[in-house]
Design a binder for this molecule. Structure first.
Ligand code: AMP
Ligand code: GLY
Length: 426
């Protein structure tokens, strides 16, 4: 099979690493990829939202399967664009069409979907410029803290948790009246704050059937002990120690099954990954959000625990035969620790050479590139999150210790990382 993977993060490096191990993969292309994916296949200099160039590459390279990594092209309709093209009749795409991608592309759509299918989630109301004043009154009567969410995609910055009314109304004004996130915040979801512990669960769906992949927990805050601003994710672990059989069963019965049957009932033929973000409150799962893709850095711990051949699994999605697949999981604990550019998630510099990449001990660890690019054959920094080191271990503590030890062999100017990933489970 000839495969094109879209994206350029750690998620894509982990997927490319796994795909390139499959005997079913004849050739792998990654667009645009990073310095790490270049070791797993051929990088193509094409942006993930340049649909015409993606189509041209599919024709030129005789691609059989396109896997879409990030949400932006999915929400913009890359799947619809490719599968409706008469020149690409034989092509399969992993990633939902525009209608299915609304699960992530519109928080208001996702919340209404959860309501229609009795999926446990925080109470909410949505507002636009038309009922702005009603929104202000709603905020004034709402218990604190208040969660405010821009409806559309906002590069992971669209959720604001407000501790007082002044801040909440100012944020509401910024989003709706001053278009803080452009079109994305013309509609705002105001939501009840849930106090609990987060976990992410991943499902692969073929339009009819689904399988559940290993669960993960990511660490979003920049600072040790979960302090400071949110990031894309500073580390992740899998399995999650508190995700016992009883909790996973509740998650499947109360959320996954109604989501899958809801998608089918609404005629959304969803083929791709669904990321379920949960808040667990008193042992009960509440849905925080859907994403129409895998997580990053969650993929960098989920994929190393997946024993199945990923290409075989994705071929089963295309054939709508996931009911015939059994997911095999590595029982070891896996963790990843992310190295970031100093200043991230604020301003940071790029273009620094990364040294020591080849020194990682491949026995228990692997290094996935995130924001890197090749310049004259050398890997240089090209983003806030630069790379992560994933390790297998006997426990969370053990796996994190191994990752930190390996991480110290690699360096670039301004490199920082959190040394306390998995701290609650020590
Ligand atoms: P999202 O952009 O939807 O992933 O939300 C970002 C983060 O905001 C989540 O990972 C949670 O930590 C937090 N969050 C979102 N919704 C809620 C909520 N209703 N209650 C508490 N925290 C929330
Ligand atoms: N790590 C969170 C995400 O991928 O959305």
């Amino acid at each position: 099979m000839r495969i094109l993977l879209l994206g350029s993060g750690g998620r894509e490096h982990a997927l490319a690493w796994k795909i390139s191990q499959s005997p079913l993969c004849e050739q792998l292309f990654i667009a645009p990829g990073n310095a790490g994916t270049a070791n797993c296949g051929t990088n193509l200099t094409i942006s993930v939202t340049d649909f015409e160039s993606i189509k041209t590459a599919c024709i030129k390279e005789k691609i059989d399967l396109v896997i879409v990594g990030p949400e932006e092209p999915l929400v913009k309709g890359v799947t619809d664009f490719l599968i409706s093209d008469p020149q690409l009749k034989h092509l399969d795409v992993i990633g939902p069409d525009k209608a299915g991608a609304q699960l992530e592309g519109s928080k208001a759509f996702a919340k209404a979907f959860m309501m229609r299918h009795n999926i446990p989630t925080a109470a909410y109301k949505e507002f636009t410029l038309e009922n702005y004043q009603e929104g202000v009154e709603y905020i004034q009567k709402h218990p604190l803290p208040i969660v405010m969410k821009a409806d559309g995609l906002a590069a992971g910055k669209g959720v604001v948790i407000c501790e007082n009314y002044l801040e909440a109304i100012a944020e509401f004004d910024l989003m709706i009246q001053r278009a803080k996130f452009g079109e994305a915040s013309k509609r705002v979801v105001i939501e009840q704050y849930l106090d609990g512990i987060e976990i992410s669960v991943f499902v692969l769906m073929d339009g009819k059937n689904y399988v559940i992949l290993p669960e993960a927990k990511d660490y979003k805050r920049i600072g040790e002990g979960d302090t400071g601003p949110n990031t894309g994710g500073m580390g992740a672990i899998s399995p999650v120690p508190f995700a016992n059989e009883a909790l996973m069963k509740k998650i499947e019965e109360k959320v996954i099954k109604p989501t899958v049957s809801g998608l089918i009932a609404e005629g959304l033929e969803y083929r791709g990954f669904i990321f379920f973000g949960f808040m667990i409150v008193n042992d009960e799962p509440y849905m925080i959000e859907y994403n129409c893709r895998m997580g990053d850095p969650e993929t960098e711990v989920v994929i190393p625990r997946l024993k199945n051949d990923l290409v075989e699994l994705l071929a089963a999605v295309s054939a709508q035969q996931l009911d015939k697949v059994k997911i095999e999981t590595d029982p070891r604990t896996v963790c990843t620790v992310v190295a970031v550019s100093g200043g991230y998630p604020g301003d940071y510099s790029k273009g620094h050479e990364i040294k020591g990449l080849a020194d990682i001990n491949p026995e228990d660890s692997m290094l996935f590139h995130m924001g890197t690019t090749l310049q004259n054959g050398k890997a240089i920094t090209n983003g806030g999150r630069v790379f992560c080191v994933t390790s297998y271990g006997k426990s969370v503590f053990d796996a994190v210790e191994i990752s930190k030890e390996e991480l110290q062999k690699v360096s670039f100017i301004g490199m920082e990382y959190r040394s306390d990933i998995g701290y609650e489970f020590e």
